[in-house]
Write a protein that binds this ligand. Structure first.
Ligand code: ATP
Ligand code: PRP
Length: 361
C-alpha cells in the first residue's frame, strides 16, 4: 500500500546501509514540498487533508519517544493518535505529527517531505555521511533539546589484545551506524597508510576499506561475545550495557543529544518559528528553576554575582528598611551549590520554585 511505503519508511530506509537512501526514501526523487505538496493517499486514509498542515516527525519508539511526547504536551500540541496509525492530526494547530523511526527522520526532513523533526544528532551525522547536504536538501539543526545525551563509541573486549582503534583496522566491526563507522575507519586507515583523509580517492574511486564493517539493527553489544565482531561501534550513555557485555570504550566517534531539525524550505516558516519558541520555552523551563530570597542591601552585590539570572535578577524593595527581595533564574543542576553560597552571603528566606513554562531570550 502506498501509504505505508511513503510514510512509515521502514522498508526504504533501513537495510544494511542504515539510512543511506541516496535516491530518496523508497527511490522517491527529491521534490521540495513547498513547490507542490500533494499527499492524496493521506487524505484518503485519514479523511482529512494534510496539504495545508506542517508535518512534524517524532520518533515512533525507542529512547526518544516518550520524552518527545512529554515535550509536545508541554508545548500544548494537542493530538489524538489512532492505534497503529503513524500520523496524528493536531487539534489546535495546522500541524500533523508523523511517527517514524529516529534513524529515518533525517531522510524525510532532508528531502523536504516533512518540515520539522526530532531525532538524535548521531542520526543526522549518519545520514549526512551517506547523503551530503546540498543547497536545497539536507536538514538544518535549529535547537539542541538537552536530552538523549550519549556518545557513539568504539568498543572492544575488556580483556584482550585490542586496546587502540588502530588495532581494529582489518578486523570485523559491527554497528548500526555503518556510514559514520566507515568514515571513521577510512580516516584511520588513511593515517596509517601515511596519506591524508582527503586523499582517500584514487582516480575517482574510493580506496577499498580494509576494516570489515557489518550492520546489525540492535543489541550491537552482543556481537563480540557471539564471535561476529572484534569490536563494535555503539551508543553509550551510562556505560551499563557496555560493561555488562564485557566491553570497554577506546574512542568516541560522535557525541550526541536530541535535536530539533527543519527542512531547508518548510511549507509554513511562521508556524516553524512558533513551534520552535514553544519547545524552547519548555526546554528552558526544565533547565532552570526560579530562586527567590531576601537580603540586606549591602550584601546585594555579592548575592547578585551568585544569581546573575539569564538577563539580570529582579530586585524589589521590602517594607522592612534596608532589605530587598531578589528573584532570579538558576540552572537546576546548580541550585544546591547556589543555595549554599547564598546562605554564606547572608541571604535568608530562600525559596526555589519549578518553572512550568517560559519565553526567554
Ligand atoms: N542509551 C541511550 N541514552 C540516550 N540516548 C540514546 C540512548 N540510546 C539511543 N539514544 C538516542 O536515541 C536515538 C534512537 O535510538 P534507539 O535505540 O532508542 O532507537 P530505535 O532503534 O528507533 O529504538 P529501538 O532500540 O527500541 O528499536 C539514538 O540515535 C540516540 O540519539
Ligand atoms: O550506556 P547505556 O545507558 O547502557 O545505554 C546504551 C545502550 O542504549 C542503546 O540501546 P537500547 O537500550 O536503546 O536498545 P538497542 O540495543 O535495541 O538499540 C544503545 O544501543 C546501547 O546498547
Amino acid at each position: 500500500m502506498e501509504h505505508s511505503n511513503r510514510v512509515n519508511g521502514t522498508n526504504g530506509t533501513n537495510g544494511t546501509n542504515g539510512t543511506n537512501g541516496v535516491n530518496g526514501v523508497n527511490g522517491v526523487a527529491h521534490k521540495p514540498r513547498s513547490a507542490s505538496r500533494s499527499l492524496p493517499f493521506l487524505t484518503d486514509t485519514l479523511g482529512n487533508s494534510l496539504n495545508d498542515r506542517l508535518l512534524f516527525a517524532v520518533p515512533k519508539k525507542g529512547r526518544l519517544h516518550q520524552v518527545c511526547l512529554d515535550l509536545l504536551h508541554g508545548s500544548d500540541i494537542q493530538f489524538h493518535r489512532h492505534s497503529r496509525l503513524d500520523i496524528a492530526l493536531v487539534k489546535n494547530l495546522p500541524l500533523a505529527l508523523v511517527f517514524l523511526p529516529a534513524a529515518d527522520i533525517p531522510t524525510f526532513v532532508g528531502e523536504g517531505r516533512v518540515d520539522l523533526g526530532i531525532t538524535g544528532r548521531d542520526q543526522v551525522a549518519e545520514h549526512e555521511c551517506a547523503v551530503p547536504p546540498t543547497t536545497t536538501t539536507g536538514v538544518e539543526q535549529i535547537l539542541d533539546l538537552d536530552f538523549g545525551k550519549c556518545d557513539l563509541q568504539v568498543q572492544v573486549p575488556q580483556k584482550g589484545a585490542l586496546n587502540r582503534p588502530e588495532d581494529l583496522i582489518g578486523k570485523n566491526v559491527v554497528t548500526s551506524f555503518t556510514n559514520l563507522t566507515e568514515q571513521y575507519f577510512r580516516r584511520l586507515e588513511a593515517v596509517q597508510d601515511g596519506s591524508t583523509a582527503t586523499n582517500e580517492e584514487t582516480n575517482g574511486e574510493k580506496k577499498k576499506l580494509r576494516t570489515n564493517i557489518k550492520y546489525v539493527g540492535g543489541s550491537v553489544e552482543a556481537a563480540c561475545a557471539l564471535g561476529v565482531a572484534d569490536g563494535i561501534v555503539d551508543l553509550v550513555e551510562s556505560g551499563e550495557t557496555m560493561r555488562a557485555a564485557g566491553l570497554k570504550a577506546i574512542s568516541t566517534v560522535v557525541s550526541s543529544s536530541a535535536i530539533l531539525i527543519k527542512s531547508k524550505h518548510p511549507s509554513d516558516p511562521k508556524l516553524v518559528d512558533l513551534i520552535l519558541a514553544r519547545i524552547k520555552g519548555v526546554i528552558t523551563a526544565q533547565k532552570y528553576v526560579l530562586c527567590t530570597y531576601n537580603i540586606q542591601r549591602p550584601k546585594l552585590e555579592a548575592a547578585c554575582k551568585i544569581t546573575p539570572g539569564k538577563r539580570a535578577p529582579t530586585i524589589n524593595s521590602l517594607e522592612e528598611d534596608g532589605w530587598v527581595a531578589v528573584s532570579s533564574m538558576v540552572e537546576r543542576k546548580q541550585i544546591a551549590i547556589v543555595m549554599d553560597k547564598l546562605t554564606e552571603t547572608g541571604a535568608c528566606d530562600i525559596l526555589v520554585m519549578k518553572i512550568d513554562n517560559s519565553r526567554t531570550h
